[in-house]
Write a protein that binds this ligand. Structure first.
Ligand code: 5GP
Ligand code: ZN
Length: 137
């Protein structure tokens, strides 16, 4: 993709602070981190979001998440890690090239990634699970 920032980072046209690389993935520091050490893991092959993801790289992604998360924990001394992947503007996706955020967390660091969206009742929650099971059947 000619106009994709992350494709340009992967092919070296744009600079990045590389952290890790495999045949299928490239990992680098986020320019505007939630906290220092915040790393992005990006498939080398362009796709927009999870809906177009090549599932054959699933185990590569999991392996890279573990490896990078371990290094972030060691280097930053963080006591927690969030792994986040946004799809669509309403979910906060700003770069349309699939990527996973590996975010170091610390006690009382003030980050609030998950505003609460509550069910009114157990009936409503059960109905949602039923609808999802039907969609998956
Ligand atoms: P999204 O909001 O799409 O899930 O995340 C995109 C992330 O990419 C943001 O956290 C943003 O700070 C980061 N980002 C955007 N442009 C650049 C860039 O040119 N270089 C780096 N290293 N990170 C970027
Ligand atoms: Zn791209």
């Amino acid at each position: 993709m000619d106009d994709c920032i992350f494709c340009k980072i992967i092919n070296g046209t744009l600079p990045s602070c590389k952290v890790y690389e495999t045949d299928t993935l490239y990992a680098f520091l986020d320019l505007n981190p939630s906290s220092k050490g915040h790393t992005l893991i990006v498939p080398k092959k362009h796709c927009q979001d999870i809906f177009g993801a090549d599932t054959s790289i699933g185990s590569d992604v999991l392996e890279a998440m573990k490896t990078v998360a371990r290094a972030i924990k060691e280097v930053t001394g963080c006591t927690g890690i969030n792994i986040v992947q946004n799809n669509g503007r309403d979910a906060g996706q700003m770069i349309d090239h699939l990527h996973w955020h590996i975010v170091p967390r610390f006690a009382n660091d003030g980050l609030d990634l998950w505003p609460q969206g509550k069910y009114d009742s157990m009936d409503e929650m059960n109905a949602m699970a039923e609808k999802l099971r039907k969609a998956l059947a």
